[in-house]
Design a protein around this ligand. Structure first.
Ligand code: 5GP
Length: 121
C-alpha cells in the first residue's frame, strides 16, 4: 500500500469508536497515532465512519484543494468526526488538545488509485 494512504488511515481513521469521545480522546489519540513525535500537530480531524464510506468520497466530483491542486472531493453526507486542536500554551512534548465532536461534510484529497491521502477540511 502507498504511504499516503497508510498515513491517512493512521492520522484520520477511527471507525470503531462508537461512543462520544471523552475530553481526553485527543490527548490520547494524537499521541497514539504519532502526531506528537517531533512537534505537536496543531489541528487534526478523526473520522468515525467506515473506511469504505470514506474511500467512496473519492468518487465525488473533483474540487480544488487548499493547496491549489484539483484532487479534492467533498463527502455527500455529513460524517461523524472529532476535531483535535492544540490548546494555547501547550508545549512539546506535552501536547494538550481540545476534543470537539462534530458532524459535517469532509473534504479529502485522493491519489491516482482513488484512495484518500489527505484530509483538507
Ligand atoms: P484554523 O481554524 O486553525 O485557522 O485552521 C484549521 C484548518 O484546518 C481548517 O481549515 C480545517 O478545515 C483544517 N483541518 C481540520 N482538520 C484537519 C486535518 O486533519 N488536516 C488538515 N491538514 N487540515 C485540517
Amino acid at each position: 500500500q502507498e504511504s499516503g494512504a497508510r498515513k491517512f488511515k493512521q492520522q484520520h481513521m477511527d471507525s470503531n469508536s462508537r461512543h462520544l469521545p471523552n475530553s481526553n480522546y485527543c490527548n490520547k489519540m494524537m499521541k497514539k497515532r504519532k502526531m506528537t513525535v517531533d512537534a505537536c500537530k496543531p489541528v487534526n480531524t478523526f473520522v468515525h465512519e467506515s473506511l469504505t464510506d470514506v474511500k467512496a468520497i473519492c468518487n465525488q466530483r473533483n474540487i480544488r484543494c487548499k493547496n491549489g491542486q484539483n484532487n479534492c472531493h467533498k463527502s455527500r453526507s455529513s460524517m461523524r468526526v472529532t476535531d483535535c486542536r492544540l490548546t494555547n500554551g501547550s508545549r512539546h512534548p506535552n501536547c494538550k488538545y481540545r476534543t470537539s465532536p462534530a458532524k459535517r461534510q469532509i473534504i479529502v484529497a485522493c491519489d491516482k488509485n482513488r484512495v484518500p491521502v489527505h484530509l483538507d477540511a
